[in-house]
Design a protein around this ligand. Structure first.
Ligand code: GLC
Length: 541
């Protein structure tokens, strides 16, 4: 393989959430022309690739992760020609483009599901999904005890009395991957987008496609993330052995195309050795490292997860990825503003305990600088380069995440990390679009985070990311390897090539090793040239 084909091994990949990145037409919803117009900004920031969350035709019951047509563009986001333009423009700027593929379920508005509902039980149309008769008197009970990830039963009754499985929202019926027609269709969808020039696919719920054959009851939570005992048997809906042959068949298709096209698994699977099975040489190229995202701000825990991740991926020859934020989790600038050890939050509302914003940002900057020095590939989520926090006081009336209703309001859901970006402090909608419209309200305090308040401003979070990405490239940190250094208690220190990375988690400032020349620091050093609490530095000799 040519070296350039392995671009992804050390790539920094920036997640664009199309609804909230940039709105070109002022309707309050981001769109593809908006993204295309802002691509030079991403080039300037210094990332290698963009991953776009879904922009396909969809009723948007799960913000586009409910796809009605895999070969088009939702009119809210533009048209197919706009996707072509975006890809061409990105390539012209030297940016790769990864699109989101949602194979576990379709939208209820997909032609296949409409046909399935219209057809009889046992028909080929129903065989594309997971329809079953119910239990109990006249089949009035769901076929098994599975719960939806968003809360409530994972089964919904069709008008004629049969039930269909939906691990997510009721509007997201699960496909039957035991059906060859489903497999053939997705190979064709891959080719459709590969032919349009995309550089890869982020595969949604990659660990969920195959269900245990007899659909046995499962009384534990169906939570997609966390809460599962890694030592126990895999739940019957996740991480079944059968998923791997699907990705092997996809890989064969990708390998027919030039330039290094990639598959990235969104698989909430633990431990790391189990996750690494998705990135064996004949399967996917990368998998998101969620154990890293979930690790507490604590040196021993971080060191352990870094070691475990590198070891598991090295064992299969894969590159390790790192990530701190995405569209499904509380932004790390907010998460880290809570006491260390706070359990994972499923959204935050005005009545919930509020974060220490300054502490969160300080730790987020240190966490990012630590992450960007690690060998492998890193994923950034739009807005983190601005130090953007979660919207933690959004009025509940604006919430759109299906988890909010389905959980009976137990979970506020993910809207707080999906708020449209601030580009210009003094413009309507902070420059998100040409009008005040914004599909989720932007906090009144966001002017200070706007890009135009940060570019060229020494010490701003944008400048920190910009410098870090430049140095990372210059020192080839993504291609490097990590050697831990002896360090004072409460700190982590490692060498990656000629760069020394040190993070101080402890209460006291620490000295830099003798002869170390500071290259970058997440906050200024103290008056004595020492590294203060919650600060990461990069140094060389
Ligand atoms: C993935 C997506 C999430 C979506 C879910 C169902 O976890 O990241 O946003 O709700 O799959 O498609």
């Amino acid at each position: 393989m040519l070296h350039t084909d392995a671009w992804w091994r050390d790539a920094v990949i920036y997640q664009v959430y199309p609804r909230s990145f940039a709105d070109s037409d002022g309707d309050g919803m981001g769109d593809l022309p908006g993204i295309t117009g802002r691509l030079p900004h991403l080039r300037e920031l210094g990332v290698d690739a963009v991953w776009l969350s879904p922009f396909y035709p969809s009723p948007q019951h799960d913000a586009g992760y409910d796809v009605a047509d895999y070969r088009g563009v939702d009119r809210r986001f533009g048209e197919l020609g706009d996707a072509d333009k975006l890809i061409a423009e990105a390539h012209g700027l030297g940016l790769k483009v990864i699109v989101d593929l949602v194979p576990n379920h379709t939208s209820e508005e997909h032609a296949w599901f409409r046909a399935a509902l219209a057809a009889a039980p046992g028909s080929p149309e129903r065989e594309r999904y997971i329809f079953r008769d119910g239990r109990g008197v006249s089949g009035a009970e769901p076929p098994n005890s599975w719960q939806s990830v968003f809360g409530g039963s994972a089964w919904e009754r069709a008008p004629d009395g049969q039930w269909y499985l939906h691990l997510f929202d009721v509007s997201q019926p699960d496909l039957n991957w035991g059906n060859p027609e489903v497999r053939a269709e997705f190979l064709d969808i891959l080719r459709f987008w590969l032919g349009r020039g995309v550089d890869g696919f982020r595969v949604d719920v990659a660990h969920g496609l195959v269900k245990e054959e007899n659909l046995a009851d499962w009384t534990q939570s169906s939570q997609i993330l966390g809460g599962l005992d890694p030592a126990g048997p895999p739940p019957p809906m996740w991480d079944q052995e059968g998923v791997h042959e699907i990705y092997q068949s996809w890989r064969r298709v990708l390998d027919e195309y030039p330039g290094g096209r990639v598959l990235v698994a969104e698989a909430w699977v633990a431990p790391a050795s189990r996750l690494a099975r998705y990135v064996r040489p004949d399967e996917m190229h990368q998998a998101f490292n969620f154990p890293y995202l979930e690790a507490p701000w604590q040196p021993a825990a971080l060191r352990a997860v870094i070691d475990e991740s590198l070891e598991a991926n090295n064992a299969v020859g894969a590159t390790t990825t790192w990530v701190l934020s995405n569209h499904d989790v509380v932004r790390h600038a907010t998460r880290l503003g809570y006491p260390v050890g706070t359990p994972r939050m499923h959204g935050i509302g005005a009545e919930d305990p509020q974060p220490d914003t300054a502490l969160g940002l300080r730790r987020a900057r240190a966490a990012t600088l630590l992450m960007l020095a690690l060998p492998g590939s890193a994923y950034l989520y739009q807005g983190e380069e601005l130090g953007l926090p979660e919207h933690t006081t959004m009025a509940d009336q604006f919430r759109e995440d299906p988890a909010w209703e389905r959980s009976g309001h137990a979970e506020r859901g993910r809207d707080g990390c999906r708020v449209p970006l601030p580009w210009e402090a003094d413009a309507p909608s902070y420059g998100f679009g040409p009008t005040d419209a914004s599909w989720l309200p932007q906090p009144a305090t966001w002017a200070e985070y706007a890009l135009d308040r940060q570019q060229g401003v020494a010490g701003s979070t944008w400048e920190l990311y910009h410098s870090a990405l430049g140095l990372r490239r210059e020192h080839r940190l993504g291609h490097g390897s990590l050697t831990w250094q002896d360090a004072t208690e409460g700190t982590l220190a490692f060498r990656n090539g000629d760069v020394l990375v040190l993070t101080n988690f402890g209460p006291e400032p620490v000295e830099l090793p003798a002869g170390a020349r500071l290259r970058l620091s997440s906050e200024p050093l103290d008056g004595d040239g020492r590294v203060p609490t919650d600060v990461t530095v990069w140094a060389s000799f």
